[in-house]
Design a protein around this ligand. Structure first.
Ligand SMILES: Cc1cc2nc3c(=O)[nH]c(=O)nc-3n(C[C@H](O)[C@H](O)[C@H](O)COP(=O)(O)OP(=O)(O)OC[C@H]3O[C@@H](n4cnc5c(N)ncnc54)[C@H](O)[C@@H]3O)c2cc1C
Length: 322
């Protein structure tokens, strides 16, 4: 027999957006349920040092921060369930979500906080060097490379923005792109080309992340020229892969309005999606900032939007009954 779990508010995802939505919803008396997904705690559990989440003078650890958020959410009345949702039906209320566990979740309102994953190059040496010199977020990790030589890999807006951002910390930034022109907007390209501390290596892809020392750290990148096949080395201590992100929205394709990049579309200034009662927060609806604190901020907004939606509905039902 199917295990049916009914709730006023279901939060899908357990990153900073999901747990913040849960904290606010629990404190509003909605007794929310968080379905954690296959990455309990979200992306921050894959990193070590976090130095830009407000409230902590010293560097904190990503996994620790997420354990604290979960504990806070549970402390104020959230139920946290480890499951992965594989199917959703948003055509009727309550919304129905089916988990891999066999449970079925019935929710009067839904907050989607399924995040987005950075795309990586897929090299074993890159995987090995994640957190030891290979990063996918200059805003998050650039500060740790103050005064060091760094590289950015990519040719779109994100890559150019990351390269420009890194000049705040490094006097020697190399942009590596596999083509002979950039896809980034012209205004960004103009700023990039004009910057004295940025150089560009064209027609090249990363063949290998090179490391050494103890503790092991990145020392360089081997590059393959895509036209000649020639291998050359660039010495860097930080390499930022900026080839895009993939929002976790497969579940919602054809069911909710997504933007041209696959992110959940929300009404400007709110977390309301194209379906009343469904709200989206965090990286799954934000392709610009993608930070833990902005995810938490929109998580708060989603809970408040959901609470107001449910309260208005309740009020209408009461009036109709009188
Ligand atoms: C290596 C790294 C370092 C970073 N460092 C920093 C930093 O120093 N400072 C900073 O501010 N930001 C940092 N970030 C960015 C930050 O982690 C993200 O912006 C933030 O985690 C986004 O939060 P989120 O809640 O929107 O989504 P996520 O953290 O991505 O969480 C998504 C959640 O959704 C769940 N989920 C997905 N699909 C399903 C499903 N079908 N069913 C159920 N659950 C599902 C997942 O299990 C996960 O729990 C870093 C990111 C990375 C990758």
């Amino acid at each position: 027999m199917t295990n049916i779990v009914s709730t006023r508010l279901l939060v899908l995802g357990s990153g900073p957006a999901g747990y913040t939505a849960a904290i606010y919803a629990a404190r509003a008396g909605l007794s929310p349920i968080v379905v954690q997904g296959i990455q309990p705690g979200g992306q921050l559990t894959t990193t070590t040092d976090v130095e830009n989440y407000p409230g902590f003078r010293d560097v904190i650890q990503g996994p620790w921060l997420m354990e604290e958020m979960q504990a806070q959410a549970e402390h104020v009345g959230t139920k946290v369930i480890w499951d992965h949702v594989a199917e959703v039906d948003l055509t009727r209320r309550p919304f129905v979500l089916k988990g891999d566990s066999g449970s079925e979740y019935h929710a009067d309102a839904l907050v989607i906080a399924t995040g987005a994953q950075a795309k990586w190059l897929g090299l074993p040496s890159e995987e090995h060097m994640k957190g030891k010199g290979a990063s996918a977020c200059a805003t998050c990790d650039g500060f740790f490379y103050r005064g060091k030589k760094v590289a950015v890999i990519g040719g779109g807006n994100t890559a150019v923005e990351e390269a420009l951002y890194l000049t705040n910390h490094s006097h020697d930034v190399t942009l590596i792109h596999r083509r002979d022109s950039l896809r980034a907007e012209k205004i960004l390209q103009d700023r990039l080309f004009a910057h004295p501390n940025i150089k560009i290596i064209w027609d090249s892809e990363v063949a290998e992340f090179i490391s050494g020392g103890s503790p092991e750290a990145l020392t360089g990148l081997d590059l393959r020229n895509v036209k000649t096949g020639e291998i050359s080395r660039v010495d860097v201590e930080g390499a930022f892969v900026a080839i895009g992100h993939k929002p976790a929205t497969e579940l919602f394709e054809g069911k909710l309005k997504l933007d041209s990049d696959g992110y959940i579309a929300v009404e400007t200034g709110t977390t309301r999606t194209s379906i009343p009662g469904v709200f989206a927060c965090g990286d799954v609806m934000d392709k610009i900032y993608r930070q833990a604190v902005t995810a938490a901020g929109t998580g708060c907004m989603a809970a408040l939007d959901a609470e107001r939606f449910l309260a208005a509905e309740e009020f209408d039902a009461l009036q109709a009954a009188e």
